[in-house]
Design a binder for this molecule. Structure first.
Ligand code: FES
Ligand code: FES
Length: 161
């Protein structure tokens, strides 16, 4: 089948097998390797992408659903100010990342803050419940997200809320 969609801001068309998944299309047809092939069954966040404005697991999106959609990968998201906010906050709170978990962690923060600009401790922990990384203390994640929320607020409005 032939599908057309918007990928990181550009119209693209690609011919794919009907039973292939979005993660495979991104990695194989577009050489976008930021979405990692982890569990491939929806249990980790390694393959996270933004799909029609929502952060989703690309291993669970079949090719036919991609047609007509808008997809932003971590490569596209990294061009935004929001990405810089998150990287700065991670650095300030000494949150570890690696090739396996980085995309999932970054997009988990984005999903959370896009819905709740100043999440509570409980909301932050809920936002990371799919995270499989055991290298980062929950307290560091809470500190990082709080810092990122403030950084974003300051960038957007020139002040803390
Ligand atoms: S690789 Fe998609 S959720 Fe784990
Ligand atoms: S830092 Fe990547 S899995 Fe823990």
């Amino acid at each position: 089948m032939t599908i057309g969609f918007i990928l990181n801001g550009e119209d693209v068309v690609v011919r794919v097998d009907a039973n292939i998944r979005l993660i495979d299309i991104l990695r194989r047809d577009f050489s976008l390797l930021g979405a990692k092939a982890g569990c491939l069954c929806g249990r980790c966040d390694a393959c996270s992408i933004i799909f029609n404005g929502e952060v989703v697991k690309s291993c669970l999106i079949p090719a036919f659903r991609v047609h007509g959609s808008e997809v932003i990968t971590i490569e596209g998201f990294s061009q935004n100010n929001e990405y810089e906010d998150i990287i700065t906050g991670f650095s300030q709170a000494a949150v570890e990342t690696c090739g396996y978990c980085e995309t999932g962690k970054i997009l988990a923060v984005e999903m959370l803050l896009s819905k709740i600009p100043h999440p509570s401790r409980k909301e932050i922990l809920l936002g990371f419940q799919g995270l499989k990384c055991r290298c980062t203390e929950p307290e560091s994640l809470i500190n990082a997200v709080s810092a990122i929320a403030d950084i974003r607020q300051r960038r957007l409005y020139g002040r803390f809320s």
